[in-house]
Design a protein around this ligand. Structure first.
Ligand SMILES: [Zn+2]
Ligand SMILES: [Zn+2]
Length: 220
């Protein structure tokens, strides 16, 4: 097996555990490359998984004050290694890289078995430029089912408006009205920064009285 990032031969033998489980999964990265990524460990914000927080983080306090719910899980810190990864995957369009984190993603998404996975869409223009939606790429790499319930339109940045005004006045997402909505939805994005994107998407489902909405991202 070759490392997906540097192509070095990884020579990894299956671990004892892998030999005796059906989940045996080949390593996707060599030792050196895997060191560039940092999994979110203990001491993260209980609501959004921001690393290094012992209590609810300032982003989540902001959302709470707006009466919004944050119920997010993320797997990796958005560090320099992750930035480089996304630059290669998203912007240089190396589609093979969708598989780099497949083992962790697969494992994490198992806890959401009864949820319908809904990827955050790109606008048509953006998807045409990039050639693919990076979130859908991740899900396709796993081979898990998902539903594209949202569309996105390109919205001009209006810097004269406050964050909340923008939130209320110009949600770039729309529901695909031809679909019956599931009870439980897991909204999936690649990176969680302030939580704005996922809040905007979640708002549409709350308005349709979807009972449970959680959110998930590869990086935070
Ligand atoms: Zn490597
Ligand atoms: Zn938080």
């Amino acid at each position: 097996m070759r490392c997906l990032l540097c192509s070095v031969e990884t020579h990894s033998l299956p671990t004892f555990h892998q030999l005796f489980t059906l989940e045996a999964s080949a390593k996707t990265l060599c030792e050196d490359c895997s060191l560039r990524f940092k999994k979110i460990a203990e001491h993260h914000c209980p609501m959004c998984y921001k690393q290094g927080e012992h209590d609810i983080c300032s982003d989540c306090i902001y959302w709470q004050k707006q009466g919004k719910v944050v119920n997010h899980q993320a797997l990796y810190c958005y560090n320099s290694g992750m930035k480089e990864y996304f630059s290669n995957y998203k912007f240089q369009g190396d589609y093979l890289l969708r598989k780099v984190f497949q083992n962790d993603l697969k494992l994490a998404l198992k806890s959401y078995r009864d949820y319908t996975l809904v990827p955050i869409p790109l606008s048509e223009q953006r998807e045409a430029e990039r050639g693919f939606n990076q979130v859908i790429g991740l899900l396709d790499g796993l081979g898990v089912p998902y539903q594209e319930l949202l569309t996105k339109r390109e919205v001009k940045k209006q810097s004269d408006k406050s964050r909340l005004e923008r939130l209320q006045s110009q949600n770039p997402f729309e529901l695909r009205i031809d679909k019956v909505l599931p009870d439980k939805i897991l909204l999936i994005d690649d990176i969680y920064t302030t939580g704005m994107t996922l809040q905007l998407a979640a708002q549409l489902f709350y308005e349709k009285e979807v009972k449970e909405i959680k959110t998930f991202s590869l990086a935070r």
